[in-house]
Design a protein around this ligand. Sequence first.
Ligand code: CTP
Length: 383
Amino acid sequence: MAKLKYSAKKKKKSVLDRTINFFANSTYHTYLVGGYVRDITLGIEPIDIDIVVEGDAIKAARALNKQLKGKLHVYKEFGTASIITEDKRVDLASARIEKYNSPAQLPHVYPSTINEDLNRRDFTINAMAMSISRDNFGELFDPFNGLQDVKNGLIRVLHKNSFIDDPTRIFRALRYKNRFSFKIEKRTKLLMKEAIDKKIINHLTGQRILNELKLIFQEQKYEDTVRDISNFKIYRIKKKDLDILQNLGQDGFYYYLARIKANGMPITTEEKKIIKDMNNLPKTLARLEKTKKNSTIYYSLCDLSETVLEGICRLRPGFGDKMKIFRKLQKVKPFITGNDLKRRGFPEGKEYKRILRAVFTQQLDKKITSRKQALQYLKTLKK
Ligand code: CTP
């Protein structure tokens, strides 16, 4: 018994408990909001803790972190801060009003109360708040009946301009629809279609679209959302590509970007290469299907990134033997190098690459099995 008592004492309070404790005993006016309240009402354990502060969120974050002792990140220009602890992330934002001057542009923001802050949000299910302040601890703020929509499984916007103000909400609506197996409420669906018909997504920066697509591919049911995006005629995708995406898993993101021919997205050089290889994937698979030759297997795969190689394994488990051969061939060291060509008087230049490849091909296909034979073969080329 004594031992049990000891371990219970030792057990650290959760980050949530410590956060709530801290604010409930302070003079800050703070609320759990957005995804946090939504997930709790759905009976899902929230991953992040979202907090809105009526007042200075950065100051509140600094004070809270004295207790949590996590890693504090401050985003002054947005008036937000995050605390990363070993098992949870706590996001704090100042309550704000957002004013959209033109469609799809980032809004101007002004300090506000919690009620005004809830008005600026995307969907009713994300527009609920629960006080963790001393004065009204536990009070639920649900001005748009979000709780009812959670119960009925509905995604509903707060006002008719929601998708025009912020077209990323089109992607968000579809993401939530599939994550929770919800429906998009009738009027919301109409507003969404109207916004899509107005080509409102073209007003978004490539970065913002890319962020949304990345988030979609982090979801378990990403392929359902990809299908919805296609059905809503945002980015059309063929049935056969959907099948491929389904099998590719989350790395299918790059295959998707290749298929929707995304322009203007800030993509790294490394990602560009993956997209290009993904684009050629059907051809690569066809070539591998036909061949038994070591050199063809090797040259089909040697320039591909690991992401694409893993994709091939997922798409064609039957290629296991060929992949094993490839992994062995990757370790093969060429019998001859450029220096050998130089020493034997081959004129330096572009030809080197072609000759070295010709010899290495013979080596891969086991037609040449020693350096001696390779040098012999060189002589035939020189003639
Ligand atoms: N929000 C919004 N419009 C957006 C993005 C976010 O109104 N385009 C609001 C929503 O109220 C949302 C909150 O900001 O609940 C936090 O956004 P985010 O962290 O993206 O979403 P979560 O609700 O935490 O959901 P997820 O589980 O997808 O992270």
